[in-house]
Design a protein around this ligand. Structure first.
Ligand code: HEM
Length: 264
């Protein structure tokens, strides 16, 4: 860990220096590291007069954000992909529809790189991602804390209360979802469909909403398309339920044996 921290510190320092050496009006690239370094400095279009909550980020804060992105991004994406493979294997109609979408976009080309337009055309694959996240959320608990007394959901709460939001029970609540226990990606592609406010918490909500949500969605949709356009992926044992374990706020896949063959 020490090694990774040192490497990241060096990268952040050298980019900070590069930025500081450029005139204020010079165009900077739109990458995540640059955005974090210039956030709430004079180079930020949304600059706000400095206060503790709005000051620029320190190197340590930037490093932690990068690490968060790498670790949470890979963990959550990897686990979600396992759940996606499991639900696709158990729902042949969904698989058929998904393959039809993928094949209509890539035809027989199993090698060409995926493009931005492909991503926007893969709406059924995106619906699968959302439906798997609804029925089997990777983050099953969200936490919120109040440091002063407050009124929440019509009740008065003392200072230092910690709230645990049970994501799965919100996603399974029939006040919000029609047939909540049914795995049905089609619900997401009904014209003008929007989940009711606060009823879909794949990426949390409010101020702490996951900043990696767009990247995560793009990664998962592209992964589904690239894997299934080229490979036939089946479960070794269709009768065993997926094995998971709870690790704090996350549900992790313990193991999922799959058989992978090239698609004809
Ligand atoms: C399938 C993938 C992902 C899922 C399901 C997911 C889900 C979440 C959830 C539920 C939260 C808590 C939000 C809240 O408390 O309201 C969160 C926070 C966060 N996520 Fe993600 N995430 C994913 C991928 C990523 C990626 C790819 C990145 C970065 C590149 C990322 C970076 C973060 C960070 C930095 C936070 C903390 C935000 C804060 O506390 O202000 N996540 N994520």
């Amino acid at each position: 860990m020490e090694f990774i921290n040192q490497k990241l510190n060096a990268i952040i320092k050298s980019r900070r220096q590069e930025i500081e050496e450029k005139p204020l009006d010079e165009h900077l690239p739109h990458d995540m590291l640059t955005s974090m370094i210039i956030k709430n400095t004079l180079r930020d279009d949304n600059y706000i007069e400095t206060g503790e909550a709005t000051r620029p980020m320190t190197d340590t804060e930037i490093r932690v954000n990068i690490l968060d992105g790498i670790f949470t991004g890979t963990y959550k994406i990897g686990n979600m992909l396992s759940f996606i493979v499991y639900y696709i294997a158990h729902n042949p109609d969904v698989k058929k529809k998904m393959l039809k979408e993928i094949d209509s976009i890539f035809q027989d080309d199993k090698m060409r790189p995926i493009t931005k337009d492909d991503f926007y055309s893969l709406s059924y694959c995106e619906a699968i991602v959302k439906e798997v996240a609804r029925i089997h959320p990777v983050i099953h608990l969200l936490t919120r804390y109040i440091d002063k007394p407050n009124k929440v959901a019509e009740y008065h709460w003392p200072a230092d209360s910690l709230f645990l939001i049970n994501v799965k029970s919100v996603h399974n609540n029939d006040d919000y979802w029609e047939e909540p226990n049914k795995f049905n990606p089609d619900r997401w592609i009904v014209k003008n469909f929007e989940p009711k406010k606060g009823s879909f918490l794949m990426f949390g909500g409010g101020l702490r909403l996951c900043p990696g949500r767009k990247l995560a969605t793009i990664e998962l949709v592209c992964l589904i398309a690239l894997l299934f356009r080229k490979y036939e992926i089946d479960l070794v044992d269709m009768n065993t339920p997926i094995k998971t374990t709870n690790s704090g706020t996350m549900v992790l896949c313990v193991d999922l044996l799959v058989e992978i063959k090239p698609r004809n």
